[in-house]
Design a protein around this ligand. Structure first.
Ligand code: GLV
Ligand code: MN
Ligand code: MN
Length: 418
């Protein structure tokens, strides 16, 4: 079947669905918070599954809640073409991160259906479970398990800040009918994976370019640390000999910043994004602290150097301050290289429809980081205002989103017609 030249994207409908989904949140608008397995996350899943059903897609879910919505092709024995992203959102987020890639994929399929296109290979939308690390400390939980990049032993050890395990969450949400071991996909289960996403950085907007095509995704890593000192009365315990967990944590956070500044690479970024203390009373010395540290780079060498320096600092600071610590490397991932043929396909598609385009590196991570381990993968980026993301004022215009969906639809039609 020839690929359609005219793809009638209904950008207004897509925008209203993005707006509607944004209202399913743990916080009042414009804040979007949808932490994995929260009531908002479960409601948002139901909303998206409803849209998929209305589009005639066949639904299935796996043992960690990854959702697969399939537009059946005429040749069911061929590996499908996949697209998709995530709908979970970190606390205090906006409405476009991940969502554009999920709802945009549904609109891309609806538009291809309207154009009379019938795919040869099935086209599958994946709504990945927990791209965001909020609940369990590690990102891309669903895609890691699909790619076999997270061992079942490590998955069994995952706990949220209340101590509730992944297994307990699977039970309470009803995803436990199948074992976690059933999630992993065979290599090349998919013919290709293409993810549409907002850039989450400023380059496309600055250079007035409509589309970015991702060639590489930076290498992320996460450390989790629990610090234990000793508490006591803020008035009665004199300063010598105190074992204040917060102060050790504060020194560690500064060492984290230093590790990035001194890695020798401008691409190293390091953030202490979680810092909780106990007991959290103004007249009580903090006896315990929990930190989560995010450290990334486009190059593994400088990322690893910074990581080692942070770990050395933690040892030194805790020894000097007589603080016990429990340090875990939650994840230390390689960067992903995208498939050069797919990158070229997307570039050519943009040029055919006169959209300005450039190749890019993604500094944010995405489920594509893990999909790239099992099939040819690339990403389509659209600009976002001032490069802002992970904030309620995150914004891409209806027109910018429409551009991304047209490129996605065109690419999916080509890949599924072969
Ligand atoms: C994804 O949300 C990231 O933190 O890069
Ligand atoms: Mn995000
Ligand atoms: Mn995202």
């Amino acid at each position: 079947m020839p690929v359609p030249t005219k793809i009638p994207i209904d950008a207004e409908k897509l925008q209203s669905e993005i707006d509607e989904l944004a209202l399913i949140s743990e916080n009042p608008a414009p804040v979007v918070t949808r932490v994995l397995f929260s009531e908002a996350d479960l409601k948002a899943r139901a909303f998206v599954k409803g849209l998929c059903q209305n589009a005639g897609l066949v639904l299935r879910e796996d043992a960690v809640g990854n959702i697969f919505a399939t537009w059946l092709g005429t040749e069911k024995n061929l590996p499908p073409v996949a697209t998709g992203s995530h709908i979970d959102a970190i606390p205090n987020a906006g409405k476009f991160d991940g969502v554009v890639g999920v709802l945009g994929a549904i609109e891309a399929i609806r538009a291809l259906q309207k154009a009379g296109f019938q795919p040869k290979r099935s086209v599958e939308i994946i709504v990945f479970t927990a791209e965001e690390p909020t609940r369990f400390g590690i990102g891309c939980l669903g895609s890691r398990l699909l790619a076999g990049a997270l061992s079942l032993e490590k998955a069994a050890q995952l706990r949220d800040s209340q101590g509730k395990s992944l297994e307990e969450w699977r039970k309470s949400t009803g995803f436990n009918e199948k074992e976690l071991g059933t999630i992993k996909l065979k290599k090349d289960f998919y013919a290709a994976f293409v993810e549409l996403h907002i850039e989450q950085g400023p380059l496309l907007e600055k250079e007035n370019i409509a589309i970015g095509v991702v060639e590489k995704i930076a290498a992320p890593s996460t450390l989790q640390i629990q610090l234990t000192g000793s508490g006591g009365h803020a008035g009665a315990v004199l300063m010598p000999g105190r074992r204040d967990a917060l102060l050790a944590g504060a020194e560690i956070a500064l060492a984290v910043e230093k590790s990035a500044l001194e890695s020798g690479s401008p691409d190293t970024v390091a953030t202490t994004g979680v810092f909780r203390i106990e007991p959290g009373a103004v007249n009580s010395i903090p006896c315990r602290a929990w930190l989560e540290i995010d450290l990334r780079d486009t190059q593994v060498k400088t990322r690893d150097l910074a990581l080692l320096n942070v770990e050395k600092s933690i040892h030194e600071i805790c020894q000097r301050r007589n603080i016990q610590f429990d340090l875990k490397r939650l994840n230390v991932d390689a960067p992903a290289l995208c498939d050069s043929v797919l990158v070229q396909t997307v570039l050519d598609n943009c040029r055919t429809i006169n959209l300005s385009v450039k190749k890019m590196v993604s500094r944010a991570y995405h489920d594509s980081l893990f999909m790239a381990q099992i099939c040819p993968t690339t990403m389509i980026f659209i600009p976002c205002r001032d490069g802002v993301s992970h904030r309620p004022d995150e914004f891409s215009s209806t027109e910018q989103i429409k551009n991304g969906v047209i490129v996605l639809a065109k690419t999916l039609s080509q890949l599924s017609a072969e």
